[in-house]
Design a protein around this ligand. Structure first.
Ligand SMILES: NC(=O)c1ccc[n+]([C@@H]2O[C@H](COP(=O)([O-])OP(=O)(O)OC[C@H]3O[C@@H](n4cnc5c(N)ncnc54)[C@H](O)[C@@H]3O)[C@@H](O)[C@H]2O)c1
Ligand SMILES: *[C@@H]1O[C@H](CO)[C@@H](O)[C@H](O)[C@H]1NC(C)=O
Ligand SMILES: *[C@@H]1O[C@H](CO)[C@@H](O)[C@H](O)[C@H]1NC(C)=O
Ligand SMILES: *[C@@H]1O[C@H](CO)[C@@H](O)[C@H](O)[C@H]1NC(C)=O
Ligand SMILES: *[C@@H]1O[C@H](CO)[C@@H](O)[C@H](O)[C@H]1NC(C)=O
Length: 400
């Protein structure tokens, strides 16, 4: 009869131990649970304050957009997983806008739907500017799935989170690459979209998802199709600093600066027998300062249930030869130029018709002097030889 007693005692001790462990676990979980974080300015809607989620805000265009929004008194949350962007850009924004409730950075991957939904449940966003993407045409032909995943699929995730939480406004980063190679120039918003590479296709699919969703919702949607983006903050606070390993896919402005710095031996102009005035390709270069201005105007003019699709370009085509000359003058370096045969997949001439955005958003490009845009960007490049990694001492912080 005494036989069972020790066992009962053991059971009792065991149960107490178990209860203690469970209590401790609960406390730990509660402590970690987001719901027990004290509410911050970011988690509450505030009358008169527009809280904008900037995805990809550590990147080139997103960081410039965040800076402009902050300057215009918006509340800004950046979500970026730094796969391509720079923490250095985020730090600069934090230093410029340290006041509580102005700016926060969340390190997260938009490919993780659970995390995205959590971010939307913890923050009271009034609008989303969705920049995050992978954005190199050449890379997209080598690794198409990466593009469909990080552009199309991630846009769907963001849209679902917006729908669940009732976030009313979306400004979407699209591209002239969705048009492919139309015969008729300039490109209007009515020009048929026939993209010829996975990058353009992934962006067009994302546009279609957004537009289909929009048909049965009250969301305000603005789709901006950018042409070739160049330049940087005229005050020298931010710049363009892509990962060195992306150089081979790089854009012409990056190549110009790399050549001027001697990182690459010179510029390779591919194709001088196009049917253009000087035989080289013609593109429409839009300064990033004008581009982010278009975003702010789009945000201001967004209306529930309405959708606006706009080209963002200068309306003026510039040849690669013109660009190279502007680059030489802007950098003051006599860059070596090699003329090579055409690269497959390049089209002769692309430029925008900016009439619609001028009429409807009262936006026009102001930084239309190629050389001036490149000069501004070059100043930042010269004083940030390691990108955001390390500034050059005595570089004057990029100058005014
Ligand atoms: N640069 C151009 O000439 C150009 C032209 C047309 C359209 N666009 C579009 O503008 C947008 C911004 O381009 P950019 O030139 O600033 O590129 P970028 O690479 O400098 O910036 C993109 C940012 O998105 C982030 N990102 C990517 N995948 C992510 C993910 N899964 N989760 C979280 N963050 C992620 C990257 O870390 C990076 O900071 C892109 O949507 C691009 O397609 C750019
Ligand atoms: C960024 O997100 C991708 C998925 O889209 C993930 O594979 C990658 O590891 C992330 N990078 C970082 C640095 O977190
Ligand atoms: C994009 O998606 C791929 C998976 O398809 C992932 O490996 C990668 O890290 C993602 N992000 C970037 C910036 O490439
Ligand atoms: C849009 O808003 C109006 C008025 O607020 C409402 O009557 C309508 O049901 C909404 N439509 C959708 C699809 O949510
Ligand atoms: C359009 O913008 C200009 C400044 O660029 C401003 O002076 C003008 O008042 C604006 N027009 C309208 C109708 O808002």
């Amino acid at each position: 009869m005494d036989y069972a007693d020790p066992k009962k005692k053991n059971n009792f001790v065991g149960k107490i131990l178990m209860a203690a462990i469970l209590t401790a676990l609960c406390i730990l979980m509660l402590k970690q649970s987001p719901d027990f974080n004290p509410p911050t300015a970011f988690s509450r809607h505030e009358p008169g304050v527009t809280h904008v989620l900037v995805t990809g805000g550590a990147g080139y265009i997103g960081s410039h957009a965040a800076l402009r929004l902050l300057k215009d008194s918006y509340r800004v949350t950046i979500v970026d997983n730094l796969s391509r962007g720079n923490l250095g850009a985020v730090r600069i924004l934090q230093e410029l806008f340290p006041e509580p409730g102005r700016f926060q950075f969340i390190y997260a991957d938009l490919g993780d739907a659970k995390v995205v939904h959590k971010i939307f449940s913890q923050n009271a966003f009034d609008a989303v500017m969705h920049f995050a993407a992978v954005a190199y045409v050449g890379e997209s032909t080598l690794d198409p799935l990466k593009y469909y995943h990080n552009i199309t699929s991630n846009t769907l995730t963001v849209l679902e989170a917006m729908a669940t939480r009732g976030v009313p406004t979306l400004i979407y980063s699209s591209t002239c690459a969705t048009y492919g190679e139309p015969e008729k120039m300039p490109i209007t918003e009515e020009t048929p979209q026939q993209p010829i590479n996975p990058y353009g296709k992934a962006k067009k699919m994302a546009e279609e998802i957004i537009l289909d969703f929009h048909k049965n919702s009250n969301m305000s949607v603005m789709i901006l199709r950018y042409f070739n983006v160049i330049g940087s903050d005229p005050n020298g606070r931010l710049g363009e600093a892509p990962r060195p390993e992306l150089r081979e896919h790089g854009r012409i402005s990056g190549a110009c600066f790399d050549a001027a710095r001697g990182i690459i031996p010179g510029l390779k102009v591919r194709g001088i027998d196009y049917k253009t005035a000087d035989g080289t390709c013609i593109r429409d270069y839009i300064d990033v300062t004008d581009l982010v201005d278009a975003h702010v105007k789009a945000l201001e003019k967004a209306r529930p249930g309405k959708v606006g699709i706009y080209n963002v370009g200068t309306g003026r085509g510039r040849s690669v030869k013109e660009f190279v000359e502007a680059c030489k003058t802007a950098t003051g370096v006599p860059i070596k130029v090699d003329f090579l045969p055409r690269r497959p997949g390049d089209y002769a001439e692309v430029y925008s018709d900016p009439t619609k955005i001028r009429n409807e958003l009262n936006w026009t490009a102001k930084y239309t002097d190629l050389q001036e845009s490149l000069q501004i960007a070059w100043r930042w490049q010269k004083s940030h030889l390691n990108g955001y990694g390390l500034s050059v001492a005595g570089g004057g912080g990029g100058g005014g």
